[in-house]
Design a protein around this ligand. Sequence first.
Ligand SMILES: NC(=O)CC[C@H](N)C(=O)O
Length: 224
Amino acid sequence: MKPAIVLLPGLNRDRDMIAAIETITGKKPLTLWQTETEIPADVGLVIVPGGFSFGDYLRCGAIGARMPVMRAVAEAAARGVRVLGVCNGFQLLIEAGLLPGALMRNASLNFVCRSVRLQIVNADTAFTRNYRPGQIIDCPVAHHDGNYFADAETLARLEGDDRIVFRYAEGTNPNGSTADIAGIVNARGNVLGMMPHPENLVEPAHGGTDGRALFESALDLVEA
Ligand SMILES: NC(=O)CC[C@H](N)C(=O)O
């Protein structure tokens, strides 16, 4: 499964993501600049990384979501290609209309940068099948707009269709997200958005490897 990483001005976690993929696969991933209009046919996983695309002006992800590469990401998702959005990447996928809801200012109104505990609510997705259902993992967060909101009907649909993939566990909700939601998938199950940063926990030097199974799942590296 060949991965590619989207690059937009102002993103800064692209380098962490490239390093994580290189650590896990031994190969540098393809990168796709914002002007690209097509995702190459052999790419099976597109990653939209975190950071501050276009300085978070207007709303986090609102400007980046209108760039040509994001239209290409939407077309690839419609073909069934897997798409992973982390932090600003999650914000971009919501702004691009690939995932429902909104990411509002953290309830504390502060930028939050710390480790949280995440519960794997759905271990039956392409991104989480190398975790155990209910497993609690460590994962860092670093954002000011991570407060997930969705209207009651959308929330009921997300819950009913098992589309809530991660929840903040054990009172570690860092941003006031509704129902402790930290990550969701689309109806088809091939687009995942999450606020925490699994790419920052993939080798012992990071202080843990709890994020690794997500990439191994999404890249079909280890069969669950
Ligand atoms: N680390 C990130 O991707 C941050 C996302 C966004 N800029 C925010 O602060 O909410």
